[in-house]
Design a binder for this molecule. Structure first.
Ligand code: HEM
Length: 421
């Protein structure tokens, strides 16, 4: 384990060292923008000390460094976990089987198999499903006038999307949503870790049953494609498939949901940007990219160093845990002009919301479709959005965002008249 070499703890000011990035309450209680500005400026490679019995780890905050480390799957591995909770526990039980925590040749082969399952035909079918769902759900929400956008719309679209891709029967969507919601984050500060563990196990069991059903009776969906796939002539095992279904549902649900909620919240507070979207003076594509940069729902991912790595004036030692902070990289003032200003027409906008390099998000296309269709439906059917209460923020050291969003919509009657077209 490392002796901190880049910046000695003695040189670290109290306002930095007092922040505990492992504690989920930190993100709700502190001014994290100020923290990240300070780290980018003065401590781009920062050794986060061990706290409450967890080991210490490196914190990388500048865009260029985060990109360089995401790209580097030679000197860094994902096989000891890619999120804080598993990295600090010393490993991930799905290593070498689940795409996100597999490296090398196996990762490449598995990624190719999964990409085949994400064929343009499969994706265009799901994209159409997203469009129809988003239009219907948002038109209904606007007609109702008031409600919780998080539970009524943003919770339903992503699960329907990934569920459609995987071939999860619609009747099981709400059951799975309940489980995914408590797997990675919590609506409550004091959720017991066992609850998240049990929820994750239940998802695995659910997919074991579904894989068995698809083996017996293949359909036109990703699970059936995976059951028919081989790597070097060896078919994928049930466990391989189950782990990867699990990763698609977890990777695809919460991230997209949080982005949609954040986008609507932000638009309700930025009337000038809403006007640009509504009037069509910015493209839906650039608005989508900025909504993704702004939300950055996955705050960080992590790796373990395989060898000593010199960077940013310091040395990461072999065996050290390194965390890469998308949340900070997406506000790096050396890359983005006025990074703390929402600009739906921002161009270029090379945000790092989906990561970078060999593990670049497999669902980026679908996530973009979801956000774009949501923004399109919103600007077509609504004439304005107001908050009617305080949203509730989630508790997590991985994800950022809100679990409730009480809003009132002003209807756009002309737009609503086209809802059933
Ligand atoms: C990987 C973010 C939506 C499936 C990743 C990574 C990030 C990310 C940052 C890289 C992880 C790493 O380097 O360790 C997001 C965000 C999303 C989103 C912000 C929505 C706004 C989706 C969707 C799916 C998905 C919709 C599935 C349909 C995956 C998978 C990986 C991944 C399977 C692992 C890829 C690999 O290791 O090769 N995602 N994701 N994601 N994502 Fe997403």
């Amino acid at each position: 384990m490392s002796v901190q070499t880049a910046t000695s703890r003695d040189e670290i000011p109290e306002e930095i060292s007092a922040i505990n990035l492992v504690d989920t309450r930190t993100y709700l209680e502190h001014d994290m923008d100020a923290y990240w500005r300070r780290l980018r400026a003065d401590h781009p490679l920062y050794w986060h000390p061990p706290v409450d019995g967890t080991p210490g780890f490196w914190v990388v905050s500048r865009y260029a460094d985060v990109m360089a480390l995401y790209r580097d799957n030679q000197r860094l591995t994902s096989e000891k976990g890619n999120v804080l909770v598993t990295l600090l526990a010393g490993g991930d039980s799905a290593a070498g089987q689940m795409l996100a925590v597999t490296d090398g040749r196996r990762h490449k082969d598995l990624r190719n198999v999964m990409l085949k399952a994400f064929s343009p035909r499969a994706l265009s079918k799901v994209a159409e499903l997203v469009r129809v769902n988003a239009r219907r759900m948002i038109a209904d929400a606007v007609r109702r006038g008031e409600g919780d956008f998080a539970s009524e719309v943003a919770s339903v679209i992503p699960l329907t999307t990934v569920g459609g891709l995987l071939g999860v029967p619609v009747k099981d969507h709400s059951y799975l949503l309940g489980l995914t919601k408590s797997s990675l984050s919590s609506d409550e500060a004091d959720q017991a870790p066992e609850e998240a563990f049990l929820a994750r196990n239940e998802i695995l069991l659910y997919f074991s049953d579904l894989v068995a059903e698809r083996r017996a009776d293949p359909q036109d969906d990703v699970i059936s494609t995976l059951t028919a796939s081989e790597i070097d002539g060896v078919p994928l095992t049930d466990q391989d498939i189950v782990f990867n279904c699990y990763s698609l549902i977890l990777g695809g649900d919460e991230t997209s949901r949080l982005t949609m909620i954040d986008s609507l919240y932000t638009l309700s507070r930025e009337p000038e940007q809403w006007k640009r979207l509504k009037e069509g003076s910015v493209t839906l594509e650039s608005a989508t990219e900025e909504a993704l940069r702004w939300a950055t729902p996955a705050m960080n991912f992590g790796r373990t160093a395989l060898v000593d790595i010199e960077m940013a004036g310091g040395t990461i030692k072999a065996g050290d845990v390194v965390t890469l902070w998308n949340t900070s990289a997406n506000r790096d003032e050396s890359v983005f002009d006025d990074p703390y200003v929402l600009d739906l027409g921002r161009s270029p906008n090379k945000h790092i919301t989906f990561g970078y390099g060999p593990h670049f998000c497999l669902g980026a296309y679908l996530a973009r479709v979801e956000v774009k269709e949501m923004l399109d439906a919103m600007r077509t059917f609504s004439d304005g959005i107001e908050l009617t209460g305080e949203p509730r923020r989630i508790h997590s050291n991985l994800m950022a965002g809100m679990s409730t969003l009480p809003v009132r919509f002003r209807p756009d009657e002309a737009g609503l008249a086209t809802a059933d077209d």
